[in-house]
Design a protein around this ligand. Structure first.
Ligand SMILES: Nc1nc2c(c(=O)[nH]1)N[C@H]1C(S)=C(S)[C@@H](COP(=O)(O)OP(=O)(O)OC[C@H]3O[C@@H](n4cnc5c(=O)[nH]c(N)nc54)[C@H](O)[C@@H]3O)O[C@H]1N2
Ligand SMILES: Nc1nc2c(c(=O)[nH]1)N[C@H]1C(S)=C(S)[C@@H](COP(=O)(O)OP(=O)(O)OC[C@H]3O[C@@H](n4cnc5c(=O)[nH]c(N)nc54)[C@H](O)[C@@H]3O)O[C@H]1N2
Ligand SMILES: [Mo]
Length: 753
């Protein structure tokens, strides 16, 4: 098959070239390269790329990562979106531009307002901007008409102040990007093992015998993880990838650091086994593996499962066994499209490994049955006691660099009562108890005119969520939309009656407040908290830090309030003192972040303490979902290209998948193409779920023959978000099911592009 035979190793020279081209395009070769030397260093700033931890943070080792470099280049760009730019382009002009073009225009420099009826943003002073927001917030019939969205780049300090602002005003409406991302992991693990986070540390990868990577594409999205997998592969660990699409980064990899010395050598093979199940069939596959474990355990005198662990630490084993016995191999083979022997082969590796880690990401969480997907993984781990011991555990790999920390800080629409009690006691008020709205419900509230003020702490809500049309309608219904941003994006253009852009400092920039230069803290995917400090001169003297912006809004909304916002902004150590009191596990915060590698937060499951309803780790049977689609339909899953960071489009190539200069592509199985008389390169249109008489569509894609299972196809987000209705979301976690969208593909006129 054409594109998948593009067999070079991931990483290597391509990664070095990709970085160089981005630095050049952003006109930041000098600045950007200098900033790169401070990424993830003990005295430097946390990489804004992803949440994968650093192997040895204390040790001044230069960790190269192409996508981290692109994120830094995007921040350090010498281009600017200043008042003269926004005088030249009206909002209507900008709406016609692509997301790629918007991103290319550079850093925002001034607070800007779009007044009711106007088509142009104009500069506004910070005081006037805050007063505009304060006035609208005060005018709401109830604080529950305001929505406070967070994207996961926000620091712990900013996130803590932001949730305090929402709650002090009286609402728990704190939708955030985890609602679109790992929410299914949080809900699933919370019920199974009593903590919604992963249980491994980076050092566990040094001693795992088997590492499963399910529904994740680290070559593009967590490139530093490939270095970890490379080391594991070299010492002989088995690496089993489960992914409908053959991702090149999981097949072979050359570390860019090693490229020059090893010039001409082949990369390291990463996957020892690569299974390509039908999209959405992971539960069936995992159940197949577990059936095989049970079978072998019976045949081999109870030596396969960890019986001591099961007896001492778990509940619900009999229910799980019954569910597995009731699931036939025929159904499993039918659902997954794999053979029983393929599944048994990887089950044997798991059975014979002393310690196994299971990693996963969006291929698991973004399904209607996303929570059960996660619980099936937990069941598999628990059967062999693979939680709470070295070399083993659950590893949901987070996306945004501080998405996990934001949650720890209280960015959640359903806060726990003890958290609210401590927050109320520390700040002398009664926080609201009524649960608030998560992301998709926030859209629904804006569509029906209940949500009236939308404030985005980072992110690009208009493009990141499902049902683009509904989301845009909702945002346009608002009386006020506000975005705290570094770069221009579509959420600034799909606006409420009045709109504000509040430009903020980025990670790599120096943040000076009354008490001097400040540092902030973040938490990585493995629950390690550490400091981050920018050193670069900000791109404009008018930028403010995220904590200062939150405090500015708070002051304007409640001018005479007793909360000491100024003191906390003057010296962020004061924010950390408050965090220490409100959030358990942060005792001695200020001292602990002086440690170069930071400090790990207590994780009860890693210590085999089970904060679940039964007081034990729970086996939770997962019914096999119906993954059939109507006749003639394909299962579309939406993915990221190598040149994007979520809605931020850095470029139009997807190097590992062999795509150049085009994002409007759909990856198809040759059999599905033939059946529809579609040839590689043909133009096709995608038609989504029929929804109250409306057929959703995404038009003008190019068909690309690819190594995906029959009946499945893939395309990039956000271009395909219009195909996902708001109600097409996971049970309980409510994450949009953007990895399983039943669609019809039709040839558009048949001409080649
Ligand atoms: N460069 C870069 N880095 C990023 C991001 C970015 O956009 N660009 N985004 C960040 C964020 S916020 C996140 S959450 C992470 C996302 O990281 P990933 O989860 O790796 O991102 P996706 O592109 O959504 O890839 C999902 C993978 O799951 C596979 N998949 C799809 N459906 C299924 C299924 O049903 N079963 C299985 N087993 N696999 C399936 C797809 O083929 C794909 O390889 O990356 C973070 N890092
Ligand atoms: N179909 C489909 N949809 C998806 C997904 C999918 O796989 N498929 N993935 C989902 C996932 S996992 C996620 S996490 C969401 C992402 O959703 P979001 O987090 O809302 O989106 P991003 O694209 O990451 O946000 C980019 C914007 O953040 C701003 N920004 C960048 N750095 C900073 C900073 O330091 N501070 C501030 N204040 N702003 C900053 C910039 O203005 C930039 O334009 O998208 C989701 N949507
Ligand atoms: Mo994410």
């Amino acid at each position: 098959m054409k594109n998948s035979k593009n067999g070079k190793a991931a990483g290597g020279l391509g990664a070095l070239k990709g970085t160089w081209e981005t630095l050049r395009r952003e006109k930041t070769v000098r600045e950007g390269s200098r900033a790169l030397l401070k990424v993830n260093q003990p005295d430097g700033f946390d990489c804004p790329g992803c949440a994968w931890p650093e192997p040895d943070r204390g040790a001044h080792s230069f960790e190269f990562c192409e996508n981290g470099a692109k994120a830094v280049a995007a921040e350090t760009t010498s281009k600017r979106v200043d008042p003269s730019f926004l005088e030249k382009y009206s909002v209507t002009d900008l709406l016609r531009k692509s997301d790629f073009w918007l991103e290319q225009q550079g850093r925002l420099t001034h607070p800007m307002i779009l007044e009711e009826g106007s088509n142009y943003y104009r500069p506004i002073s910070w005081d006037d901007a805050f007063n505009t927001i304060g006035k609208q917030l005060r005018a709401l019939p109830s604080p529950d008409h305001a929505l406070f969205y967070t994207s996961g780049r926000t620091s712990n300090e900013a996130a803590f102040l932001y949730q305090l602002l929402a709650r002090r005003l009286g609402t728990n409406n704190l939708p955030d990007c985890s609602n679109l991302c790992h929410e299914s992991s949080g809900v699933g693990l919370g019920e199974s093992i009593g903590v919604g986070k992963g249980t491994v540390q980076i050092r566990d990868f040094d001693s795992a015998d088997a590492i499963f990577v399910i529904g994740q594409n680290p070559g593009t999205n967590h490139p530093r993880m490939l270095a970890t997998l490379q080391e594991a592969a070299r010492r002989g660990a088995r690496i089993i990838c489960i992914n409908p699409l053959k991702e090149r980064g999981l097949v072979t990899f050359t570390h860019p650091k090693e490229f020059l010395p090893t010039l001409g050598m082949k990369g390291t093979a990463i996957a020892t086994h690569y299974l390509q199940p039908v999209v959405g069939s992971d539960i069936a596959l995992l159940k197949g593996m577990m059936k095989h474990l049970l079978m072998r355990d019976r045949a081999e005198n109870k030596t396969i499962l960890d019986w001591a662990f099961i007896h001492e630490h778990t509940s619900g084993f009999d229910d799980l066994r019954e569910d597995l016995e009731g699931t036939s191999w025929d159904t499993i083979v039918d659902d997954t499209g794999l053979s029983q022997s393929d599944i048994e082969e990887v089950a044997d590796i798991y059975a014979d490994a002393d310690a196994s880690i299971v990693c996963w990401a969006m291929g698991i969480t973004q399904h209607v049955h996303g929570v059960h997907n996660v619980q099936a993984i937990a069941n598999l781990l628990l059967l062999k006691g693979n939680i709470g011991r070295p070399g083993a555990g659950a590893c949901p790999v987070r996306g945004h660099s501080n998405v996990q920390g934001d949650r720890t800080m209280g960015i959640i629409e359903k806060p726990k009562e003890d958290f609210l009690d401590r927050l109320g006691r520390r700040f002398g008020f009664d926080p609201p108890k009524k649960h608030g709205l998560a992301a998709i419900r926030a859209i629904e509230s804006m569509v029906n005119n209940s949500g009236q003020v939308f404030i985005g702490m980072g992110g690009n809500f208009a493009q990141a969520t499902s049902d683009t049309e509904a989301c845009h309608k909702g945002l346009r219904n608002c009386v006020l939309t506000v975005h705290v941003s570094t770069k221009l994006n579509r959420s600034h253009l799909v606006h409420g009656k009045t709109a504000l852009i509040l430009p903020c400092l980025a990670r790599s920039e120096q943040d000076v407040q009354a008490s001097g230069p400040q540092k902030v803290t973040v938490e990585d995917s493995m629950g390690v908290v550490h400091a981050s400090q920018g050193h670069r001169k900000p791109p404009s003297p008018h930028l403010r830090s995220e904590p200062a912006i939150v405090a500015g809004i708070a002051r304007a909304a409640q001018p005479n309030d007793h909360i000491g916002w100024e003191a906390m902004v003057d010296d962020y150590a004061e924010i950390r003192k408050a965090i220490e009191v409100v959030i358990p596990a942060f005792e001695g915060f200020e001292e602990k972040i002086k440690l170069p590698g930071g400090f790990p937060l207590h994780n009860s499951a890693s210590n085999r303490e089970w904060a679940t309803t039964t007081g034990k780790a729970r086996f939770i049977p997962t019914p096999s979902p119906d993954i059939r689609v109507p006749e003639g339909h394909l299962r579309l899953f939406t993915i990221r290209s190598h040149d994007q960071y979520n809605t931020t489009i850095y470029g139009l190539d997807d190097r590992y998948r062999g795509i150049k200069g085009d994002r409007m592509v759909v990856f198809l199985h040759p059999g599905d193409m033939k059946e529809r008389l579609i040839e590689d390169g043909d133009r096709v249109d995608l038609f989504g779920i029929e929804d109250r008489g409306l057929v959703r569509r995404a038009l003008g894609f190019r068909a690309v023959e690819y190594d995906v299972p029959r009946g499945c196809c893939a395309a990039y987000f956000p271009e395909t978000n219009s195909l996902v209705p708001l109600w097409h979301r996971a049970h309980r976690s409510e994450t949009p099911a953007s990895k399983f969208i039943p669609i019809i593909i039709k040839k558009a006129g048949g001409e080649k592009t």
